[in-house]
Write a protein that binds this ligand. Structure first.
Ligand code: HEC
Length: 82
């Protein structure tokens, strides 16, 4: 396993991170490493407001909406087809 904190994130060298990390883990390191394709799922748990405070369509669209569509480069509110 690579040593990331104070290791890879500092020197960006996978081999060096593995030498240090494998030694710390008490494991043998062949000197060869590779990367396996993986999937990662992250739950969205930052900047999420309670349901009751979630924005409704008209908070962004409609005449009192918070977005200045023209300033953003739209011909108009895209909900009304521009
Ligand atoms: C946080 C602000 C926000 C909220 C809330 C919001 N929209 Fe939008 N909406 C946008 C933005 C920004 C775009 C332009 C997206 C783009 O150009 O890809 C957009 C685009 C659209 C479009 C045009 C899509 C298209 O393909 O041209 C429709 C229709 C629309 N919104 C309907 C809704 C409806 C219905 C709701 C509520 C269920 C809603 N929007 C809530 C910001 C918002």
């Amino acid at each position: 396993m690579p040593n990331l904190w104070g290791g890879y994130w500092k020197h960006w060298d996978w081999n060096q991170a593995l030498v240090v990390g494998m030694k710390a883990a008490g494991l043998d390191y062949s000197g060869q490493y590779g990367f396996a394709p993986t999937d990662m799922y992250w739950k969205v748990n930052h900047m999420v407001v309670p349901k009751a405070e979630a924005l409704k369509c008209n908070d962004c669209h409609g005449k009192d909406g918070r977005l200045d569509w023209k300033a953003l480069g739209y011909a108009g509110d895209p909900r009304s087809g521009g």
